[in-house]
Design a protein around this ligand. Sequence first.
Ligand code: HEM
Ligand SMILES: *[C@@H]1O[C@H](CO)[C@@H](O)[C@H](O)[C@H]1NC(C)=O
Length: 347
Amino acid sequence: MASSKTVLSAIFTASLCFTVALAFPAHHEDLHPVVQSPPKPVLSPDYYKATCPQADEIVVSVLKKAIAKEQRIAASLLRLLFHDCFVQGCDASVLLDDSEEFVSEKKAIPNKNSIRGFEVIDEIKAALEEACPHTVSCADTIALAARGSTVLSGGPYWELPLGRKDSKAAYMKLANKNLPPPNATLHRLVKFFERQGLDKVDLVALSGSHTIGMARCVSFKQRLYNQHRDNQPDKTLERMFYSTLASTCPRSGGDNNLRPLEFATPSKFDNTYYKLLIEGRGLLNSDEVLWTGRDPQIAGLVRSYAENEPLFFEHYVNSITKMGNINPLTGYDGEIRKNCRVVNKKI
Ligand code: HEM
Ligand SMILES: *[C@@H]1O[C@H](CO)[C@@H](O)[C@H](O)[C@H]1NC(C)=O
């Protein structure tokens, strides 16, 4: 048990320190000595400047070939960033195949028979390994591929912070939990984004990614035949558009038939997506509710982006940068995978 003398002297010492600290206010941090932990490195656009200055050029050259072969791959690669970042952060967990330790995120409901682009990521990563061995992470490869795909589709360029490391596991259950379903209500979409530290502006701007790419009938069929468990179509669907969709997607069967998410300019990254929402010609429920969901701020953003493409691009750049910064592994956390599909072998 501490004697009262020791306690008194401790109090005296503490108050002396306090007085000294007050006398030197420039050192006010010292008033709150916290447990020392080394500062966490932050992502930086110059991360590979010394070690792989040609990284982006390599990515873009592989992308150009892949997009020339198949336009849609640009959309698929952009989506990979979303499905990576919303599940435990942007750590390339989405790229891992099944292993003895974990089940692949590729088997989660939102990804199954849907997410694609892994072969192109493999090709990019192989080219990066050849030029700069063991240097560029798979997580950064996804981010570079997403930015390059956006730019090559006519969308905006953004300064891309780099230096992410790769996870040593995949999180299938978290993918089921964190990735929003296409029939989500607006209220729930907002919640899914809030969970990632993203706001309503981010939701509306990032949904504009659906200006490129395709969706399967199964992702929007509920709107055609049974929107509210009433065997009726979604009343917010424009009539002609409804007929077009119904002819691609019959009531039974055809679940894997494809429709462009934005049918007017499906491979150009532009603001047409928002113009179509206002006309009742958004494809997914999660798209159309941005306009019809009775949230004045959200609907107002849809109108602004429909009328002002530069504003959409400006907000998009800001929001996709935020998304790309979700919970990265940095410094000594994680690893740089050699093969993006498997964690490195323990040595
Ligand atoms: C707001 C919530 C979102 C929902 C509910 C959603 C849902 C979906 C669904 C259901 C598909 C079609 C999948 C299929 O039928 O196989 C899709 C495709 C796509 N999504 Fe989203 N998404 C959302 C947000 C985003 C975001 C934030 C991005 C990117 C930053 C994105 C990028 C894409 C792209 C580019 C495609 C087309 C992919 C391809 O053609 O391969 N989505 N999304
Ligand atoms: C969305 O679709 C799933 C799967 O088909 C279904 O279980 C769920 O009830 C639907 N949610 C809404 C809000 O319609």
